[in-house]
Design a binder for this molecule. Structure first.
Ligand SMILES: [Cu+2]
Length: 118
């Protein structure tokens, strides 16, 4: 009885490691054109960079539901592993929820809250 319980725990351990969520850090700079921003994303899991992902970037304003309709864009790979770049054409500055849809080696959806300054 105890032996089979132990085997079950050992079988589940690798799944716990795989269940670690991907994480993203984001910085954006205003391009000088209203309200266009160049954003850099660092995507990691277990503190290791995640290269070779397809990253689709969408944006919404939590405070203004249904008010905006920003077309999602595909990010391009940056200079280093796990870095992705996207240009976001937002309709106004303020607090946005930026949604990253990851596919490829890792599938996940990450929502980042970010205040865009003019
Ligand atoms: Cu708005």
């Amino acid at each position: 009885m105890a032996k089979s319980a132990l085997l079950l725990i050992l079988a589940l351990l690798p799944c716990a490691a795989l269940a670690q969520r991907a994480k993203a850090d984001m910085t954006c700079t205003h391009t000088g054109t209203d309200f266009v921003y160049d954003c850099t994303f660092q995507i990691t899991r277990n503190a290791k960079p995640l290269p070779d992902l397809t990253v689709i970037v969408g944006a919404d304003m939590p405070a203004m539901p249904m008010a905006h309709n920003v077309k999602p864009v595909k990010a391009r790979p940056g200079k280093t592993a796990g870095e992705y770049l996207a240009r976001l054409d937002l309709e106004m500055p303020g607090e946005w929820a930026v949604k990253l849809r990851l596919s490829g080696p890792v599938r996940d959806v990450l929502v980042l809250h970010y205040t865009f300054k003019q």
